[in-house]
Design a protein around this ligand. Sequence first.
Ligand code: SF4
Length: 354
Amino acid sequence: MNEMSQIKPPGGAATPVLQVTDLKKHFPIHGGFFGGTTGHVYAVDGVSFDIMKGETLALVGESGCGKSTVGKAILRLFPITGGQVVLDGTRIDDMGAGTLRPMRRRMQVVFQDPFSSLNPRMRVRDILAEPIRNFGLARNARDLEERVALLMDKVRLPRDAVGRWPHEFSGGQRQRIGIARALAADPDLIICDEAVSALDVSVKAQIINLLQDLQQELGLALLFISHDLAIVEHMTHRVAVMYLGKIVEVAPKRELFAAPKHPYTEALLSAVPQPTPGVQRERIILKGDVPSPINPPKGCRFHTRCPYAFDRCRQEEPPLRPVEAGHLAACHLHDRPEAENPLAGAKGAKLLAV
Ligand code: SF4
């Protein structure tokens, strides 16, 4: 069984909206006397996942792990080094600009900073009308106006605010405009790249609720890229955890939060506050910094920071494989007898009564 076939969401036989297979993006490093290539940044190094219609997959990990590069590679903001990206059954990673254009409409993005991603010299009406015009979605001027008004309704902003400029809105309202602009193209997939990270806590919750409502109403597939597991707990169906250019664990949200099967996920979760009073996770502080993606460690890439590393981890790279139904992890611990595996069964939960 190849890696791709293992990372399908549980349940559905339908074609996924997005299929990413063994995606690689290696950025060349130029230098030396003649300006040649002196090495590569292995930003994304063999990543595979699927997302179904109406599903949210959260891609999480520390800054620099490659998660935003995955999003940009899917959007074809640069050529990829290897692998495949398939949108609704059609391979798009090798398409020329002309053929790609109609596919671009179907995948949109919401960025972290709504202020810098909205043109300050355009009124909201024009920001929302631009993708509708570009993709030829309106029959006439009246239809265009009606579509813009409906987009304002969808993101719960007053229709008469279309004449205002981006700087006249709060951060949360600007992010609603960013979401409306993404919806204007009538997409199947929206990539939210740290889309709520810059917002205040209460505004974050409002934007997450809005995204969830829109997903239910429109059947959108969402790739939610975030460094913050506490946020994704409230909005995703499945979680994929990335470390140094690779996915190290994928599982339905509930299973992953209840009992992580990779030591890196376990450490990330240990920092997430528990909603139940009197209960918290045993905090795991990882030693050292994330190694450089220019020269990733041999064997398991996490072995330089892993509290459970043993000899095999330094020699052999663990494949991402099923450890329970629908739950994949890349860790040699799962080849050990249960008594010697600190993450076997429900042990990964490590909840403490305080
Ligand atoms: Fe830790 Fe070894 Fe598992 Fe890597 S393979 S996460 S180093 S125990």
